[in-house]
Design a protein around this ligand. Structure first.
Ligand code: PLP
Length: 404
């Protein structure tokens, strides 16, 4: 029996066939079960911010597992308090911010949805989010996810959620005093790395303040330094009421959090929310060490600079398939001129490059924040080779359409 047979038989059918069987990783590289080496520009979907098997990650997990892994939320632990203080500092909440710990992005957004209900009550039942925005797969997070196809099999959804077009005008038209919260994904990663319109976050802040609604920013994919600031909202100089984080803060360890600013920090009261594993000392120690490493090694600046360098190098690739780049820092969406993203991902796999296609016309690049010149050069050569493979296949297709 092959691993493909095992995977096909034993794993839930909600994911497509697994593309490879990975057995080991180091830095920006992965190795499969046949010893083939890959350059990883997906990094566990923006989660492995320090790459694979980083010494800080390995040492912290080992040391904390041997010290204290989990005690429940009846008790405090030093790593939990250290991470809460760090998240408040890098998010800029000030003294009066508070942190709720979860184990994933969806769970962080569940907490944020409950925060919105606590704020709005029955008088403000409306919760706005945007077409194509992704907030997670659990029922609450799904209810505010702007992809009708994802929600449809699971109707009915939690009431109150509405989806609006991502424009300042549409938001302005939709706002009234019955809105409890507006959820914003600052760069729509799963939708294809789609940037917000100019001035959108500032307008949203102004409108939510005017109508007494919370501004909740989903920084799950954009956070932890990926866009060249700790959090994407910081590029725009706005202060949200809450942000949700996950993915990159754990460096590969599952952890999420809801970080509330003073304006929303007192909404949860005893008994209103909780999680057995949320804030466990193992996960919080790892995330605190990962964020500390990002800070000490200036990886936020590296994300900005490497992002610029990567975009520049992509723009110099001589291929009609590539039409431009979206996103910011090391959250890059390569826009394609033809719907061949899946074919490019498959070709890349053969050439030893791991990338992903959030839709048919976009390649998403979210490498570790630790990458340097060597990885960027290697990426460009592997990516160019993958484009050539697809171009050759397209030429063959065209040729076979011409009558002999
Ligand atoms: C990945 C993601 C989520 C969901 O996080 P999970 O850890 O998969 O539950 C939510 N929002 C955004 C913007 C994401 O990118």
């Amino acid at each position: 029996m092959s691993w493909q047979d095992d995977a096909g038989r034993d794993l839930v059918r909600s994911f497509g066939p697994r593309m490879a069987m990975f057995v080991r990783g180091e830095g920006a590289y992965l190795w499969d079960d046949e010893g083939k080496k890959y350059l990883d520009f997906l990094a566990g979907v923006a989660a492995d911010s320090l790459g694979h098997a980083h010494p800080v990650f390995v040492d912290t997990i080992s040391r904390q597992a041997a010290t204290l892994a989990h005690v429940s939320n009846y008790f405090a632990t030093p790593p939990q308090l250290a991470l809460a203080a760090r998240l408040k500092r890098i998010a800029g909440t000030g003294e009066a911010g508070r942190v709720y710990f979860a184990n994933s992005g969806a769970e962080a957004n569940e907490a944020a949805f409950k925060l919105a209900r606590l704020h709005g009550g029955v008088d403000k039942p409306r919760v706005l989010s945007f077409e194509n925005a992704f907030h997670g797969r659990t029922m609450g997070a799904l209810a505010i996810t702007g992809k009708a196809g994802m929600r449809a099999p699971f109707e009915p959804m939690a009431p109150g959620a509405e989806f609006i077009e991502t424009s300042i005008e549409a938001l302005e038209a939709a706002m009234d005093d019955r809105v409890a919260a507006v959820f914003i994904e600052p760069i729509k990663g799963e939708a294809g790395v789609i940037d917000l319109p100019e001035g959108f976050l500032r307008a949203a802040r102004e409108l939510t303040t005017r109508h007494g609604a919370l501004l909740i920013i989903d920084e799950i994919q954009t956070g932890a330094g990926r866009t060249g600031e700790w959090f994407a909202f910081q590029h725009e100089g706005v202060t949200p009421d809450a942000i949700t984080v996950a993915k990159g803060i754990g460096g590969g360890f599952p952890i999420g959090a809801l970080v509330t600013f003073p304006s929303a920090a007192e909404l949860f009261y005893p008994g209103t929310h909780g999680s057995t594993f949320g804030g466990n000392s193992l996960g919080t120690a790892v995330a605190d060490a990962v964020l500390n490493e990002i800070e000490e090694s200036e990886l936020v600046r590296n994300a900005a600079e490497r992002g610029t360098q990567l975009r520049q190098a992509i723009s110099e690739i001589d291929s009609d398939l590539v039409s431009g780049c979206r996103g910011r820092g090391l959250l890059v969406g390569v826009a394609l001129s033809r719907p061949v993203a899946k074919a490019i991902v498959e070709a890349a796999q053969v050439h030893g490059l791991v990338i992903n296609a959030p839709n048919d016309e976009t390649i998403r690049l979210v490498p570790a924040l630790t990458i340097g010149d060597v990885e960027i050069d290697e990426f460009i050569s592997l990516f160019t080779a993958s484009l050539r493979t697809v171009e050759a296949a397209l030429l063959l297709e065209t040729a076979s359409e011409v009558p002999a």
